[in-house]
Design a protein around this ligand. Structure first.
Ligand SMILES: *[C@@H]1O[C@H](CO)[C@@H](O)[C@H](O)[C@H]1NC(C)=O
Ligand SMILES: *[C@@H]1O[C@H](CO)[C@@H](O)[C@H](O)[C@H]1NC(C)=O
Ligand SMILES: *[C@@H]1O[C@H](CO)[C@@H](O)[C@H](O)[C@H]1NC(C)=O
Length: 371
């Protein structure tokens, strides 16, 4: 039997936000795929989502504290930083400024001053979505929508942070950076996307949908997003070995942004229906009421959860109803060609895993209450 392709070590990786939803899946995947890699997790609080593997150590750290970061980075001497930390989008704009922009710049500085080779930033596919755009097979060449043109301040700060990360590429010459832009992340431990959809099922809201359901939308299983990050880290470290050679433009990873999705856009409401089906919903489509989008703008309570899907504020306005009727899918050819990316888990299996995990947790919580 031929030996499996050995997966190269990523050296010592620091995962910022490694106790969060995406961050903890990145840690798990490093342990699974890269047994020779050492992981240090930095997070505001490191009490949840800890992995017991001896490959991982945990450090409480606030990324808005530059002195602390400089101290930690000088001790840890990481080869690679994967920066997934981001505040909840409900928090006030000042927090987004401070953490997304200020915190990211602090991390860049700490990394640049301590000889880090590779820096991968978790951006958002939302950076190209504006109030007037439909994202139809959008590529990374589409312009960012920021500032006054971007109604979501959170998204503006993600975009500015991404720009800062990509501008820092090759400064110094041995420091390589890139950005991953995931779209609609869901899976085990997700607090933003599946819970409100499952909540809608519990409230008996599966009879409703807004619009004709003819808009394609990207949802991405969390392990695939984690995989995109690891491939990016691997590619940057590989480029680092080749220094000072600069890769050809069409092969380049450093200084670049990449959409990462499941590569399986689905009609928006089909995703919700797949989740409801997994919960046990068997309502035939013929029983579903299709609400006119303009009408739905007026009936907020039915749709409380929709905008969660794309990380929007929880007020049902015309604008937000639009998101359940808008096209929002991306072209992932660049990630396929330059990172060698292909999703590890398809959408159905992702939904199955995510919903099952959520229902199991609910049952555990209920049991605790009964005792
Ligand atoms: C730790 O990582 C392993 C390997 O990927 C995984 O199987 C396990 O579920 C993880 N544990 C936790 C608590 O996340
Ligand atoms: C998106 O564009 C790519 C490249 O042009 C094409 O191969 C792919 O089929 C398109 N995807 C969809 C869903 O239209
Ligand atoms: C959402 O609603 C709250 C309270 O009803 C209001 O204060 C806030 O400004 C609204 N936000 C948006 C983005 O409309």
């Amino acid at each position: 039997m031929a030996a499996r392709n050995p997966v190269p070590s990523l050296g010592h990786v620091v995962v910022i936000g490694g106790c969060g939803f995406l961050g903890s899946h990145i840690v798990s995947l490093i342990i699974k795929r890269h047994p020779d890699t050492t992981v240090s997790v930095l997070d505001l609080r490191t009490s949840s989502n800890r992995n017991a593997s001896s490959q991982v150590s945990y450090h409480d750290a606030d990324i808005t504290d530059l002195d602390l970061l400089l101290k930690l980075f000088s001790q840890l001497k990481p080869d690679c930083v994967i920066h997934t930390a981001s505040p909840h989008f409900h928090l006030p704009p000042a927090v987004h400024d401070k953490v997304n922009i200020g915190g990211t710049k602090n991390l860049l500085k700490a990394a640049q001053e301590t000889g880090v080779k590779a820096f991968v930033y978790t951006s958002s596919a939302g950076v190209v979505l504006g109030p007037q755009t439909e994202l139809v097979n959008a590529t990374e060449e589409w312009p960012m929508v920021t500032g006054d043109a971007q109604p979501e301040y959170y998204t503006t700060t993600k975009a500015y942070a991404e720009i800062a990360v990509l501008e820092a590429n090759r400064t110094p010459a041995s420091f390589l950076t890139c950005a991953i832009r995931p779209a609609g992340i869901f899976g085990e431990g997700d607090v933003q996307l599946l819970p409100p959809i499952i909540g809608a099922y519990r409230k008996g809201q599966t009879k409703f949908q807004v619009g004709p359901n003819d808009n394609l939308f990207d949802f991405t299983y969390v392990e695939n997003v984690a995989y995109g990050h690891l491939l990016a880290a691997q590619a940057l470290l590989h480029t680092h070995k080749m220094l000072p050679t600069v890769p050809l433009d069409h092969e380049r990873v450093d200084g670049e942004a990449f959409f990462i999705t499941n590569g399986q856009p689905v009609y928006f409401w089909d995703f919700a229906r797949a989740v409801w089906h997994e919960c046990g919903d068997r309502l035939p489509l013929s029983k579903v009421w299709k609400l006119n989008a303009d009408f739905a703008s007026g009936v907020g309570f039915l749709l409380e959860w929709i905008f969660w899907a794309i990380g929007k504020t929880p007020n049902l306005t015309r604008k937000q109803v639009r998101y359940s009727t808008v096209y929002k899918y991306h072209n992932i050819d660049k990630a396929k060609k330059r990172l060698g990316y292909a999703p590890l888990v398809d959408l159905d299996e992702g939904v199955r895993r995510g919903v099952r995990h959520h229902l199991e947790n609910e049952a555990k919580q209920a049991q605790k209450k009964d005792q």
